[in-house]
Design a protein around this ligand. Structure first.
Ligand code: SIN
Length: 310
């Protein structure tokens, strides 16, 4: 269904006592101002958390954050999540650098393709954060899609049909693509059991077997804080539905992948240096663009541990 007009949307800002909020797009996303994330009060944090659950993705311009500041802010939401791809920085194992150098030319970058973070894990990260330090003069945007809106816009009959389904989330496609891309560049094939690999010039450490086996999660999941339902499905990790043949799964999967990422449900962020972004993986998908060859992009990522999706 292509939406026109967008009658069920409500991305209006609430009035908060300790932060100011400016919505980014009709579907989702909001800029938060009036705070210094490296010196946050508890009252500001409570407003920020509320704004995150409402807008799904929030961002803060002109933040000066050390790695310690980013760790401290992340821990306000909960324990660090598992990062299935990178091993973090020396002395900061939970801060994952996401960098592409100006001279790097690659077919695939980290975060490309619509996805939710590491859904092949039994407890995928609830929240992810990205601090943009060096950003290209153009390109390198990130786009998000609101998966609660996508659920709301299904017919009642479709909602009933989807309610019992469980989706198989596996990194089989991503790992296959990484291995093929590295083979084309003449890199040696990974040794059996080896964890080391590369994507877009970034060194990775992955548990191939368990990431490929993946997890089965509810296709329609319920947010643990707001109680709202969303579609937990995307084009990178979702393989099919438990108990269905591939022939049965594929048409439904393709419909849902298209439905959930239609332009009406999205917002797109133009990075500027020192922009800090937070998103809720339980209510949105995201996608990075590989369109800034010749320019450097340096980001630092943290994640918050999630619950078993229900
Ligand atoms: C990610 O998927 O976490 C990376 C997003 C980006 O680099 O814009």
């Amino acid at each position: 269904m292509r939406l026109q007009p967008t009658g069920k949307f409500d991305n209006n800002a609430k009035t908060y006592d300790h932060i100011a909020v400016t919505p980014l797009a009709a579907a989702m996303g909001a800029a938060i101002s009036g705070v210094d994330l490296s010196a946050l009060t508890d009252a500001q944090f409570d407003d920020i958390a509320d704004a995150l659950y409402r807008h799904k993705m929030i961002y803060f311009r002109d933040q000066r954050m050390s790695h310690g500041d980013q760790e401290a802010f992340t821990l306000r939401f909960g324990d660090f999540g598992t990062d299935a791809y990178t091993k973090g920085l020396p002395g900061h194992p939970n801060i994952q650098p996401v960098t592409k150098e100006a001279e790097t030319r690659v077919k695939m970058i980290f975060g490309e393709g619509w996805h939710t973070d590491s859904p092949f894990l039994a407890r995928p990260p609830a929240i992810s954060m990205l601090y943009g330090v060096d950003v290209p003069p153009f390109g390198g945007d990130t786009i998000w899609a609101n998966t609660e809106l996508a659920y709301d816009y299904l017919s009642d009959t479709m909602k009933t049909l989807l309610a019992p389904l469980r989706v198989h989330m596996s990194a089989v496609g991503v790992i296959g693509m990484i291995d093929r891309t590295n083979a084309e560049k003449g890199e040696p094939a990974p040794e059996p059991g080896s964890k080391q690999t590369k994507i877009g010039g970034m060194e990775l450490e992955i548990e191939r077997q368990s990431m490929i086996e993946g997890s089965y999660h509810p296709l329609v999941r319920t947010h643990p804080v707001t109680g709202r339902k969303s579609l937990y499905v995307e084009e990178t990790y979702s393989q099919g539905f438990e108990g269905m043949t591939e022939e049965e799964s594929q048409p439904l999967l393709e419909f849902l992948q298209r439905h959930v990422t239609q332009a009406s449900f999205t917002c797109r962020l133009r990075w500027t240096p020192n922009t800090f972004v937070v998103w809720d993986n339980r209510s949105c998908l995201h996608h990075a663009f590989n369109d800034y060859d010749g320019h450097r992009r340096e980001m630092y990522r943290t994640t918050v541990e999630g619950e078993v999706p229900v």
